[in-house]
Design a protein around this ligand. Structure first.
Ligand code: BGC
Length: 729
C-alpha cells in the first residue's frame, strides 16, 4: 500500500497540479506509473447515483431511499445510520469511493428549491442526522461529503448570489450542523458551495475554509468544490480548497504560473495535494468486495418511509377499513412521486406503487385524477364517479419536478391548483376522504383544510413509498413521523418572506437566528402544524421529569396510553430566562424515539451535549454558556410541552461586554460592574432620579455627559469631580 507522504515527494510540479482537479465529472486522476488509482465520486444523498450511459440523469440501478427531509422526519438516528450504511454498501459494490452527501444546508425559507435534499429547519436535528448519516456511510469504508459549505440556502442565482450573514447567525444556524457532524463523525470530505458568503466566494473564502473549517472545527479531510464553483483557481487553492470539480482541468497553467512567480508557495501546493493523496489512500485501503442484498435494502427503504410519514389530521377514518371498498385517486398511485429533481435524481432498483400495495390488501379501484399538473373534464368526471361508488377515498396529490427541484426555488407553498379543484369535486361526491401529500418540504394546507378530513404528509418517500403508504393507512404500522420543519398557516408568515431570495447581488439573512419555529414560537404566531408535530394511532402520557446536572441527563417517563403499539418522539427544548444577547424562546437540544406497546411505560433518558445551553457570543467570537436560569421543556412538538423544570447554571465565562465610554448612561446603570461607580458619582454631585434632566440623560453616550453638564445644573466643583471620576477628559 502506498504512503501519501512518500508519493508526494516523488511527484513533479505538473503531476501535483494535475491532481488538484478531477479527471472528468466523476473521477479523480490516478498516477499510473506510481500505482495510484483513479477513484470515483458520485451523488447522493438519498442513494447512489452512479452516472451510466448517455444523458445527464442516466444512472445505475440502486436503492432509492426517502429524501433527507423525510429522513429527518423519522427522528430516528439509528435508522438513518442503517440507511446510510446500506448506501455505503451499494457504493462499495458499484466501485464508488465517495458519496456526495449528506446535504446539511439550512431552510431559511420554505421555498428553498433543495429543501427536500436537506434535513431540517433546526440545526441540532440537522447535525444529529448528518452525523449518523456520515457514520453509516463511512462504516462501509466509503467517504461521505458534507455539502454545501456554506450559506447555500437558495437556488435562485445560486452560482452568483452573495449570502450576507452575520457571524452569530452563520455559526448558530448554518455552521452548527457541519460542526456537529465533523466533531462526531469525521467525514472524509466537505464540498464548498457555489455562492459567496459576505463578499467572498465560498471556495475561496479563507474565513470559511481556514478560520472556521480547519481552525475552529478541526476538519482534517479534503475540501472539494461544488461542480463548477471554482472561479479564480489560484485564489481558491490559496485560501483552502484542495480539489476542483469537475474535470477535466483547463487552468493548470494558471497554477503553475502562480507557483513560478511566488504568488503561491510550494508548501501550500503540497498541503492541498496531500489531502487528495490521503483521500485516494483511504478509499484504496477501504475497498472491499460486497454482495448487496437489494431485497433487504428495499425493505429498509419501506421502513424509513413508514417512519417518516407525518399524519397531520385524522378525523377518525384512519386506519382504513379493509372490509369496505376503497377508491384510490391520483396519477401518483401508479406513477409514484418518490424523489426530487436535479443531481440527486436516481434510477430505482425496485419501485413499489400504492395501487399494487393497496390491491394486495383490499378491494380497490383507481382513477387517474390528474396527469402531472393537469385535470381534464374527463379525469375529473372519472374521479368523481369513482368517489361516489366507493366507501372510502384516498386521494394522492403533491408537487412535480416542475414545481420542486434543484436549480430553482419554489414560487409558493401550495399544492397545484388543479389538484385542489379535483379534491373539492371528489369531496362533494364523498366526504370520507384521506388526502396524502407527496412533496419534499413544508406546504400550505389551509386551501384544502375543508376538504381533507384526514391528511398525511408522505414527503418524497423513495422507492418503498407505495408499500409504506399501504402499511400506514391500513394500520399495520402506526404513524410516527414528526415534522422536521414548521408548516406555517401562510407563506407570508415566514420571517424571510420579504427578503428571500434577495436581489440580483445579495441575499441578506436579516431574520438572523429567528428562522422556523425559533421565529414562530418567539413571536407567538399561530402555525398550521408546528415543528416536531405528528399524530399516531395511539397516544402517550409523560410524567416524572428529572434532570441530572453532572451527566446532563434529562429523564422522563413515557407511557403508551392507547390500544395499539406506536412510537413517540420525546423532544427536549431549552428556554433561557435571560441572556445578554437575544435568544429564541426555545431551541431543540435533544430527542429520542421510543417504541411502546399498549400500556407500556419506558423511562427515557436523553443526554444533552456540551452545546445545549451555549450560544455564540459575538464579541467573544465563540460559543459559551452564560450563568442563569434555564427551563428544560419536554414534549411532543415545539407547541405541545408536557413536562418542564427549571435549572440554575453557573458559568465561569463572563459573557457580558464591559461598558465603555461609548456606551450609554443607561448601559452603565444596568451593568452591576459600572452601576456602583456611576451611582456614587451621581449621588456625590446630587444628580438623582428626581432631577428633571435625569430621564433624558439615560440615552446619552457617556462621552456626551460632559457636554450636557450645564443642563445638569452642577457647580464647577461638581462638574470637575464628575469629569475626573468618570474619566471624561
Ligand atoms: C450540486 C451538488 C452535486 C454536484 C454533482 C451540483 O450542481 O450542487 O450537490 O453534488 O452538482 O452532481
Amino acid at each position: 500500500m502506498f504512503d501519501p507522504v512518500t508519493i508526494l515527494k516523488q511527484l513533479n510540479q505538473e503531476e501535483k497540479v494535475r491532481l488538484l482537479c478531477g479527471l472528468d465529472a466523476w473521477h479523480l486522476h490516478g498516477i499510473e506509473h506510481l500505482g495510484i488509482p483513479s477513484i470515483t465520486l458520485t451523488d447522493g444523498p438519498h442513494g447512489v447515483r452512479l452516472a451510466q450511459g448517455q444523458g445527464v440523469f442516466n444512472s445505475a440501478d440502486a436503492t432509492v431511499f426517502p429524501v433527507e427531509a423525510a429522513m429527518a422526519a423519522t427522528w430516528n438516528v439509528g435508522l438513518i445510520k442503517g440507511l446510510a450504511s446500506a448506501i455505503g454498501e451499494e457504493c462499495q459494490q458499484l466501485g464508488v469511493s465517495v458519496l456526495l452527501g449528506p446535504g446539511v444546508n439550512g431552510k431559511r425559507s420554505p421555498l428553498g428549491g433543495r429543501n427536500f435534499e436537506y434535513f431540517s429547519e433546526d440545526p441540532y436535528l440537522t447535525g444529529a442526522m448528518a452525523s449518523k448519516f456520515v457514520e453509516g456511510v463511512q462504516s462501509q469504508g466509503v467517504g461521505a461529503c458534507l455539502k454545501h459549505f456554506a450559506g447555500n440556502e437558495q437556488e435562485t442565482r445560486r452560482f452568483l448570489i452573495n449570502s450576507v450573514i452575520d457571524e452569530r447567525t452563520l455559526q448558530e444556524m448554518y455552521i452548527a450542523p457541519f460542526a456537529k457532524a465533523i466533531r462526531e463523525s469525521r467525514p472524509w470530505t466537505v464540498m464548498g458551495a457555489y455562492n459567496s458568503v459576505n463578499g467572498q466566494f465560498s471556495c475561496q473564502n479563507s474565513h470559511l475554509l481556514q478560520d472556521i473549517l480547519r481552525d475552529q472545527l478541526g476538519f482534517d479531510g479534503l475540501v472539494m468544490s461544488d461542480w463548477g464553483a471554482v472561479g479564480d483557481k489560484v485564489a481558491c487553492h490559496q485560501q483552502g480548497l484542495d480539489l476542483e470539480m469537475p474535470g477535466p482541468a483547463d487552468r493548470d497553467q494558471q497554477l503553475l504560473n502562480a507557483l513560478d512567480n511566488g504568488e503561491m508557495s510550494e508548501a501550500v501546493l503540497d498541503s492541498r495535494v496531500l489531502k487528495v493523496l490521503e483521500l485516494i489512500h483511504k478509499s484504496v485501503t477501504h475497498k472491499r468486495s460486497v454482495q448487496v442484498d437489494f431485497e433487504r435494502h428495499h425493505e429498509l427503504a419501506i421502513e424509513v418511509a413508514c417512519e417518516s410519514a407525518v399524519l397531520l389530521k385524522n378525523c377518525g377514518n384512519l386506519p382504513l377499513d379493509k372490509s369496505r371498498s376503497i377508491g384510490l385517486i391520483g396519477q401518483f398511485a401508479k406513477h409514484p412521486r418518490f424523489q426530487g429533481g436535479g443531481s440527486s435524481h436516481m434510477t430505482p432498483k425496485h419501485l413499489s406503487n400504492a395501487f399494487e400495495a393497496f390491491c394486495s390488501r383490499a378491494e380497490v379501484s383507481w382513477a387517474i385524477g390528474y396527469e402531472d399538473l393537469e385535470v381534464t373534464d374527463e379525469t375529473l368526471r372519472e374521479a368523481v364517479a369513482l368517489a361516489k361508488r366507493v366507501d372510502q377515498v384516498v386521494l394522492l396529490t403533491g408537487t412535480t419536478d416542475a414545481l420542486e427541484s434543484e436549480g430553482f426555488d419554489r414560487s409558493n407553498m401550495r399544492l397545484p391548483e388543479a389538484h385542489i379543484e379535483l379534491l373539492k369535486a371528489v369531496y362533494q361526491a364523498n366526504s370520507n376522504v384521506v388526502v396524502v401529500m407527496y412533496a419534499g418540504s413544508a406546504m400550505e394546507t389551509r386551501q384544502i383544510d375543508d376538504y381533507a378530513p384526514s391528511l398525511m404528509h408522505a414527503w418524497l418517500p423513495g422507492e418503498g413509498g407505495g408499500e409504506a403508504l399501504a402499511r400506514l393507512l391500513f394500520g399495520e404500522v402506526s404513524p410516527s413521523g414528526k415534522l422536521s420543519e414548521t408548516f406555517p398557516i401562510r407563506l407570508e408568515h415566514n420571517p424571510t418572506y420579504e427578503s428571500f431570495p434577495g436581489n440580483k447581488v445579495d441575499t441578506i439573512y436579516n431574520e438572523g437566528i429567528f428562522t422556523g419555529y425559533r421565529y414562530y414560537d418567539t413571536k407567538k404566531l399561530p402555525v398550521q402544524y408546528p415543528f416536531g408535530y405528528g399524530l399516531s394511532y395511539t397516544s402517550f402520557a409523560y410524567s416524572d421529569l428529572s434532570y441530572e446536572a453532572s451527566s446532563r441527563e434529562v429523564t422522563v417517563n413515557v407511557t403508551n396510553i392507547g390500544d395499539v403499539a406506536g412510537a413517540e418522539v420525546v423532544q427536549v427544548y431549552i428556554h433561557d430566562e435571560y441572556s445578554t444577547l437575544r435568544r429564541p424562546d426555545q431551541e431543540l437540544k435533544g430527542f429520542a424515539k421510543v417504541m411502546l406497546q399498549p400500556g407500556e411505560t419506558q423511562r427515557v433518558s436523553i443526554t444533552l451535549d456540551e452545546q445545549a445551553f451555549a450560544y455564540f457570543i459575538t464579541h467573544l467570537q465563540r460559543f459559551a454558556e452564560e450563568s442563569g436560569r434555564f427551563e428544560i421543556r419536554v414534549g411532543s412538538s415545539s407547541r405541545d410541552i408536557h413536562e418542564s423544570l427549571w435549572i440554575e447554571l453557573e458559568s465561569d465565562i463572563e459573557c457580558r461586554e464591559m461598558p465603555t465610554l461609548n456606551d450609554t448612561v443607561e448601559d452603565w446603570l444596568q451593568d452591576d460592574r459600572t452601576r456602583p461607580i456611576l451611582e456614587e458619582v451621581f449621588a456625590q454631585v446630587g444628580f438623582t432620579t428626581d432631577h428633571s434632566f435625569y430621564g433624558l440623560t439615560l440615552g446619552f453616550p457617556m462621552t456626551l455627559l460632559k457636554k450636557f453638564i450645564p443642563m445638569m445644573g452642577l457647580t464647577e466643583q461638581q462638574s470637575e469631580y464628575l469629569i475626573d471620576k468618570l474619566g471624561l477628559e
